[in-house]
Design a protein. Structure first.
Length: 292
């Protein structure tokens, strides 16, 4: 077996980044919370980019339905811990990566995690977990890189002084402790995010609306397909690169959507236009939810 050599491993990075910048990449510390879909795709690219200190967390095991989009899900990892399967695969990419892994105990260690890692990838699809991450990130001065629950690939970057997504999307959780948040609050949060996505992107044109309505009503799992999920994870990895190197980015705390069907970027609409579109979106959502 050929001996692993970091310089040879990252040789083709040089030109996209300088050797000095590659050293910055190598020494960066990143936390990826959720290593299934977009989180798994993101951490895969981060490891291949040459980052050598990564903290990962996930509470689930790989299931058959994950294989359609999750890069570390395969017939060998079915039924196995996502976090430890991911760790095993990352070490096959670079045996020198320092990986800290958490399962169900990750939230208890989040303060400690945030002290160490100033860039966080939110790969979870859980509202309470997301709220906890953002609140702790603000407290500890961390930047969070995230994506919307959208049929189009998307990314947004929330810096320590930016409004939290619960403020941007006007969640009913504002001012509440996690213990005070009800299941009804969580349902409203899901709908608020869908409302934002439909108002500010053309996502609705590219899905079966009846199936989407069943998801919104809690009757089926969220739709996902590999190109969308993996593209999103790689968009997040780009934002990590920009954050490490302190480079400008096209993503702010409201982010953008990439429309591969038309080959263009869709940015959030201006407030006046969004006001009128949102009213139509709300009417549409109310109608389809009543019809289920």
């Amino acid at each position: 077996m050929e001996k692993f050599d970091y310089k040879e491993f990252i040789n083709r990075n040089i030109g996209f980044v300088t050797e000095e910048q590659q050293h910055q990449i190598q020494s960066s510390k990143i936390f990826v919370c959720g290593v299934g879909g977009m989180g798994g795709a993101c951490v895969n690219s981060l490891a291949r980019m040459g980052i050598e200190d990564i903290t990962i967390a996930d509470i689930d095991d790989f299931e058959l339905s994950n294989i359609n989009r999750q890069v570390f899900a395969n017939t060998d990892t079915l039924g196995k811990s996502k976090v430890f399967s991911t760790q095993e695969q990352l070490l096959k990419l670079n045996p020198n990566i320092n990986i800290t892994s958490y399962e169900k105990d990750w939230s208890d260690s989040l303060d400690q995690i945030c002290v160490k890692n100033k860039i966080i990838i939110n790969g979870t699809d859980d509202i309470l977990a997301t709220l906890l991450i953002y609140r702790k990130a603000k407290m500890h001065g961390c930047t969070v890189i995230d994506a919307y629950a959208s049929p189009l690939p998307s990314v947004y970057v929330v810096k320590p002084d930016d409004p939290r997504p619960e403020e941007t999307l006007n969640f009913p959780t504002i001012g509440k402790s996690l213990d005070e948040i009800t299941s009804d609050d969580i349902d409203v949060c899901v709908l608020k995010e869908i409302e934002f996505v439909m108002t500010h992107s053309s996502s609705v044109k590219y899905i079966d609306i009846e199936i989407a309505a069943e998801y919104m009503a809690g009757k089926r799992s969220r739709m996902s397909i590999a190109p969308m999920v993996i593209a999103t994870g790689n968009m997040m990895a780009y934002e990590v690169l920009f954050a490490i190197l302190n480079k400008p980015s096209g993503a702010d705390n409201k982010g953008y959507f990439w429309n591969p069907y038309k080959g263009k970027i869709e940015k959030p609409r201006n407030p006046l236009l969004a006001f009128f579109i949102k009213a139509l979106v709300r009417r549409f959502l109310n109608k389809i939810l009543k019809d289920i």
